[in-house]
Design a protein around this ligand. Structure first.
Ligand code: RVP
Length: 501
């Protein structure tokens, strides 16, 4: 007879936290969101990798590229560069994040001098940036010939076919910095010459990066930056259980700090084989997470196979239709609660603390707080990050509202069949994800600041200054459908829906 779970399969929205006593010392600025990323012997040693905010970005084409890698590490989290691309391309993205230095931005808007004003306008609309580098071959590392900003042209007075070379600020008139310059030297030049941006060039005149005046305050305000011993950003990368013998060495050589097996279902021989091979080749020096699982059994399996962290979640992702297509998965809250218990038992038995990551299904900021209270060490988020400037997808105008595109790895658009592969025939592949829009929400920095401030505030309500204390002190209650209604604005006529979040 089949096994039946006693409780319902529950989601975050079915729970609420009940406050605990808050002493005077419990204020949001005193809260630490620091959390381990990889397994360690708790009480004996420190984890090799930690996060300063408990958030990582999803291993997805529409979420985690180079910009997300830089931006999230700057805020204290880590991005997992998507693995559904060629090994070379993924390794190159990892290299770029490792090469980039805080404040030195690789140019994403580049054009040749023979292009036209119309091309400039189209490019700036596509990227949302007004500074465009003019390089000999139109690439981000071509020879720098000039720069175009919105100050260089007047759309109403100029012919759209006018060549870039005729209105750009040419190289001779530019003030540039040489590669090797420090950020503070670059900022001094920006202030001294009253510039909005400073192009940084190599010895042979190729564009290396830009430093922007508008980023200045941001550089000063990044106390949470997640950096390696050489002061480079920490970055992760997705791998699969098929080409790992080639992909892992390339990603390790590129400098990836942490890998993660990206699979919709991780309780499998494929994951065991992948983890065994990595341990055989690299011992514990290569850090690798595994998943996804949704119960204690799955957790223990992956922990015993040597996973550095275990990811939880099947079918809860906003773009995921696995539960609809295959009838498999588990409510994300139930899965987290079950796996958190298993993690604590495993620690008691072995002395090894294997962090767990709640992946997918976070809709509101308070869901993050609940997941952390239920025992998640950190969270993987797709939809949340896809809405920001730093995600690699297009920003588009849909019926007058700005949106970002967001598509699942199991959608026909991503075609990441390895993530779902059970060794069947290729032509029988079916979609487990959708292609969608999410409302554009601005910069990662601004949004994360608000989100973490909400988490800190709730932690204080529960009398907790660290995530571990929060887990131990949290009191959670299942709520009735009518108390969900009571929890929102009700029985009033709302003037402004935007206040409801
Ligand atoms: P969300 O944050 O709710 O958007 O969920 C993101 C998660 O959804 C990913 O980290 C991954 O586990 C899962 N995913 C990604 N693609 C798909 C799919 O196409 N079904 N699901």
């Amino acid at each position: 007879m089949a096994f039946y779970y006693e409780d319902l399969s529950r989601t975050f929205s079915e729970f609420l936290l009940v406050p605990g006593y808050s002493p005077e010392t419990c204020i949001p600025s005193a809260v630490s969101l620091k959390t381990p990323l990889v397994k360690y012997r708790k009480g004996v040693e420190e984890p090799a990798l930690t996060l300063n905010v408990p958030m990582v970005s999803a291993i997805m084409q529409s979420v985690s590229g180079v910009k997300m890698g830089e931006a999230l590490a700057r805020e204290g989290g880590i991005a997992f560069i998507f693995g559904s691309q060629s090994i070379e391309d993924e390794a190159e993205m990892v290299r770029k994040v490792k090469r980039s230095k805080s404040g030195f931005v690789e140019s994403d808007s580049n054009i040749t001098p023979d292009s036209t004003l119309n091309d400039v306008i189209a490019l700036s609309q596509k990227t949302g940036h007004s500074t465009i580098a003019v390089t000999d071959d139109g690439t981000l590392n071509g020879k720098l010939l000039g720069v175009v900003t919105s100050r260089d042209y007047r759309v109403s007075r100029m012919d759209g076919n006018e060549k870039v070379s005729s209105f750009m600020t040419p190289f001779e008139k530019l003030i540039v910095g040489k590669e090797g310059i420090t950020l503070s030297e670059a900022n001094d030049m920006i202030w001294e010459h009253k510039l909005n941006q400073l192009p940084i060039i190599t010895e042979d005149g190729r564009l290396s990066s830009f430093v922007f005046r508008k980023d200045y305050s941001e550089h000063k305000a990044n106390p949470n930056e997640n950096l390696d011993s050489k002061k480079r950003y920490i970055v992760g990368a997705g791998i699969n259980t098929r080409d790992y013998k080639e992909r892992v060495p390339a990603l390790v050589a590129a400098g990836a700090d942490c890998l993660c097996i990206d699979s919709s279902e991780g309780f499998s021989a494929w994951q065991k084989n992948t983890l065994a091979w990595i341990r055989e080749q690299y011992g514990d020096s290569v850090k690798v997470g595994a998943g996804n699982v949704v119960d204690a059994e799955g957790f223990r399996f992956l922990a015993e196979c040597g996973a550095d962290f275990v990811k939880i979640g099947i079918g809860g992702g906003s773009i995921c239709i696995t539960r609809e297509t295959k009838g498999i998965g588990r409510g994300q809250a139930s899965a987290v609660i079950d796996v958190a218990k298993a993690r604590d038992e495993y620690f008691k038995e072995t002395g090894i603390y294997v962090p767990i990551c709640s992946d997918g299904g976070i809709v509101y900021d308070y869901h993050m707080t609940l997941a952390l209270a239920m025992g998640a060490d950190f969270l993987m988020l797709g939809r949340y990050f896809a809405r920001f400037d730093e995600s690699p997808s297009n920003k588009v105008n849909v019926n007058g509202v700005y949106m970002k595109e967001y598509w699942g790895e199991g959608s026909f658009r991503a075609r990441n069949w390895q993530r779902y592969d059970m060794g069947g025939k290729k032509n029988l592949s079916f979609a487990e994800g959708v292609d969608s829009y999410v409302p554009y929400a601005g910069s990662l920095h601004d949004n994360l600041e608000v989100t973490t401030s909400k988490i800190r505030s709730t932690m204080c309500n529960c009398g907790a200054l660290s995530l571990e204390e929060f887990r131990n002190k949290a009191k959670l209650t299942v709520i009735s459908p009518t108390s969900i209604v009571e929890g929102g604005a009700h029985d009033v006529l709302l003037k402004d829906r935007s206040e409801v979040k």
